[in-house]
Design a protein around this ligand. Structure first.
Ligand code: FAD
Length: 468
């Protein structure tokens, strides 16, 4: 008989809770990945992300081969694919790392029922977050709704150390595999302008090393400045699991303990608190899966969002006439990444200046971000829209001009992504009317007047709240 380890968002051999447990049983292991049936235009993913996924799978196959194993690829519905494997041979156990997202959990429940009926052990492992939901509830067992008290509890808890890599894995010869997925299989083209990070465990390890040594020492001072490489760039690796959250934490913690300079020490601590945001949003999604449909704060359900029109297209393409917004949207289109500060600016712009539903932005991000992650993306969008957990009150609306002056004073980030503004003096990049009146070659006029749209938002929210 053999054991299945079902790979999901844990595409690595190192410190993988479920894979390690499966490998300890002394039986052959089927390391399985079930690729979804791609539909050419997909609401929640896009070619850049799929390309990153393909690279992660290719590297995973290589890493498993080094241990003596063979990655088994199947496609379609994951539970049905596992059931077909149960039919193909004598499976004694199925292992997987638990998913906090409601779609993944539904699959787990279906699988558990089928396994139980067939007398096959089905074992879920805690792996995706640093702390489980049960460890981080309030004293009365209910879920937190606000980050600060959550993070206080989170910071106090002892963290699990990274575990080892299985020494050896043998996969039964008779189990057939589909070829590794490629974009061609899915009839997808990678737009030629894309410039993506590469996906593999080795790339993730090297990004972590680089982050700890070079980027994070000034994290506390510089993490809000998009032109400074002061954030880790680990998000896509944490999303797809090419590095474990325990490894990222352990390295940051070690650097924190060893740092002499108090500013550097503080930076590692600030970074660790950011990892707590990731856990917080996973925790919220587990506790309140309805956030995927509704506003987290029930008072804001039913807000009258505008119909998407050409302004939505301008936002997606980075042609709004707001340089900081356009720079962010173009960074996203080209790299599948956007700096966190700029994510907040473009999200507030969509919801507060264009009055468009945050769900439109959430979906656009999911299609383009390599790190597109259901919990953090929803959390970030609802936070920015003012409808989410711990969000700024609706009347605190960021001004994109002021934001760009504060966080990209010299315009370095803007000019990198909006080259037609190259000749514009930095100061003018943060002052709408002057900017467009001559300096920028073929750069659009601002599509809205921020001050007017701000007033409109205030009145929409206020009117809505008067009715609840
Ligand atoms: P660092 O600053 O180095 O942070 C380290 C890690 O901590 C990140 O890799 C990430 O895993 C986690 N983290 C940091 N900030 C946050 C945060 N605010 N919320 C949750 N986790 C955080 N992050 C995603 O991983 N996937 C998403 O789909 C996503 N969508 C977002 C949408 C909006 C509208 C906003 C405002 C934020 C979103 N974020 C998302 C959070 C954040 O922008 C990214 O995690 C961060 O920019 C990634 O860059 P980094 O790895 O260099 O981050």
């Amino acid at each position: 008989s053999f054991i299945i380890h079902w790979f999901r968002r844990d595409l690595r051999v190192s410190d993988n809770s479920s894979l390690l447990a499966a490998s300890h049983k002394g039986e052959k292991v089927v390391p399985l990945y079930v690729a979804s049936d791609w539909k050419k235009a997909h609401a929640w993913t896009g070619p850049g992300r799929q390309q990153f996924l393909c690279e992660c799978l290719e590297s995973l196959a290589g890493n498993l081969a080094k241990l003596g194993g063979r990655l088994i690829i199947r496609s379609g519905d994951p539970v049905e694919a596992i059931v077909r494997l149960l039919d193909e041979g004598s499976v004694s156990e199925v292992h997987y790392n638990r998913d906090p997202d409601p779609h993944g959990r539904k699959d787990e429940l279906r699988l558990a029922e089928i396994c139980e009926a067939r007398g096959v052990a089905c074992v879920g492992h805690d792996d995706v977050a640093l702390h489980t939901f049960d460890q981080t509830t309030k004293d009365d067992g209910t879920a937190y709704r606000v980050y600060t008290p959550y993070s206080k509890r989170w910071l106090k808890l002892e963290k699990r150390k990274p575990a080892s890599t299985p020494k050896q894995l043998a996969t039964p010869d008779q189990i057939a595999s589909d070829p590794l997925p490629t974009l061609e299989n899915w009839q997808l083209n990678l737009p030629s302008h894309l410039d993506l990070l590469s996906g593999s465990e080795a790339a993730a390890r090297s990004r972590l090393k680089d982050a700890i040594a070079k980027r994070l020492p000034s994290y506390a001072q510089n993490r809000d400045h998009p032109s400074v490489p002061a954030t880790s760039r680990l998000s896509q690796d944490l999303r797809w699991g090419t590095i474990s959250i325990r490894k990222a934490y352990a390295e940051a913690h070690k650097a924190h303990e060893e740092a002499r300079d108090p500013d550097v020490r503080a930076s590692y601590h600030t970074f660790i608190k950011e990892l707590a945001w990731r856990d917080f949003y996973l925790h919220l999604l587990e506790a309140y899966p309805e956030v995927l449909q509704h506003e987290f704060n029930a008072d804001y359900r039913g807000l009258p969002w505008a119909e998407p029109d050409e302004k939505f297209e301008a936002w997606k393409e980075g042609h709004t006439g707001f340089p900081i917004v356009d720079a962010g949207m173009r960074e996203l289109r080209t790299t599948g990444f956007m700096h966190n500060r700029v994510r907040m600016i473009v999200a507030m712009f969509l919801t507060k200046d264009l009055h468009l539903d945050w769900r439109l932005g959430e979906q656009h991000f999911a299609q383009h971000l390599l790190d597109g992650e259901i919990a953090s993306n929803n959390g970030g969008w609802q936070w920015s829209a003012g409808t989410g957990a711990d969000a700024a009150p609706y009347f605190r609306i960021q001004n994109p001009w002021t934001q760009s002056k504060r966080f990209d004073a010299k315009g370095e980030y803007i000019k990198k992504w909006v080259p037609e503004l190259d000749a514009v003096p930095a100061k003018a990049l943060h002052e709408a009317p002057d900017l467009v009146s001559g300096h920028g070659k073929s750069y659009p006029q601002p599509i809205v007047n921020h001050a007017q749209e701000r007033d409109k938002t205030l009145s929409i929210f206020k009117k809505h709240l008067d009715t609840v």
